[in-house]
Design a protein around this ligand. Sequence first.
Ligand code: GSF
Length: 204
Amino acid sequence: MKLIGSLASPYVRKVRVVLAEKMLPYEFELENVWAGETTIGEHNPLRKIPVLLLKTGESVYDSRVICHYLDTLSPVCKLLPSEERERLQVRCWEALTDGVLDAAILARLEHIFAGRTEAQRSQAWIDHQMQKVDAGLAETSRLLADRQFCYGNQFSLADIAVGCTLGWLDFRFPAIDWRSRHPNLAELQARLEQRQSFIDTVPV
Ligand code: GSF
């Protein structure tokens, strides 16, 4: 398998952490989707990373689809429960925390997207997105409460997804003081950051 992605993308990081936790071998190809000469469109018409290329030549996207597929490939470190109702809960965690990322990335793009001038930038749009980030983090913290893991009594895809979101916020939005607002998320993140899979995929 070959994973196409970048070292900074939190969605790609989620997939890399899953691959590491499940001890699945893969090739990693770096791609800058923002460069004019990007060829990512050959594998994903949406021109987004991550993309997983299977040995059959098929391409798989997006990160959630990839992670759910990877979990079926090996019994090592099961990341999604086998019972459908429980799987739904883990998927909801992932949707919530990926949604925080989606909003934060839209806000960031409003600042950095090439071709956008200062005058074209909409503070109202940025505020709209950042409200979602705040509300999503508050809900994540409420759902975690005083538990050690996001879902149930063991490490799952929910923890990986939340950890990648919080790690990316530290990377791109260091001014957001989510740790003092949500000490339980800070504790979760401190535990996650000790895992080798997280250490090996710190965003740069
Ligand atoms: C989001 C992927 C994404 O936005 C997923 O895979 O989970 N729901 C998808 N990737 C970004 C890179 S990043 O911000 O992590 C991307 O490829 N953006 C290129 C574009 O043209 O939007």
